[in-house]
Write a protein that binds this ligand. Structure first.
Ligand SMILES: [Zn+2]
Ligand SMILES: [Zn+2]
Length: 158
């Protein structure tokens, strides 16, 4: 049970400052306090932490599997319907229980934006993504897909 007496201050709708001048004065005091505190060093520290976080978010996955470009925009993973070079390092599915043997490719933002066709993806990731290995997609011939009998939700979608 909520004690209404106790919580009533939180429900108070009275303005904190009775006149605009009061509010202005309070605001000027706060600005003066901030200026006096000189937080520029703290702000610089915070900004450099954000910069470092940005650096860490940019993971190098190697070259684009479609155009071959190598930059920080190579970060879009594509699952292909073919079995990859090294079993256990690609895509699988916990729902239907297929192992992580499916081939994956990683492509750059530009290739995503121009709607690269899957046939244009010449290379696939060989091994784990961070190892940056590449193999030719043409070397892969074995079809790879979900076990559709265990995915009733996919019926009629593909
Ligand atoms: Zn590309
Ligand atoms: Zn599945």
């Amino acid at each position: 049970m909520m004690d209404e007496e106790r919580w009533s201050p939180l429900l108070n709708t009275e303005p904190i400052y009775s006149t605009l001048d009061d509010a202005k004065e309070a605001m000027e005091n706060i600005v003066a306090m901030i200026k006096k505190a000189d937080l520029s060093k703290e702000i610089d520290d915070l900004l450099s932490i954000y910069d470092e976080m940005g650096e860490k978010e940019t993971i190098d996955f190697g070259s684009c599997c479609a155009c071959g470009k190598e930059d920080k925009t190579v970060r879009n993973f594509v699952m292909l319907n073919v079995k990859g070079h090294i079993p256990g390092t690609g895509w699988g599915c916990v729902v239907c229980g297929i192992p992580a043997d499916g081939a994956t490719a990683v492509i750059c933002d530009e290739c995503v934006q121009r709607n690269v066709r899957t046939e244009e993806i010449k290379w696939v990731i060989k091994g784990y993504p961070l190892e940056k290995g590449r193999g030719l997609r043409s070397e892969l011939t074995e079809y790879w897909d979900h076990n559709r009998s265990r995915h009733p939700e996919m019926d009629g979608l593909w």
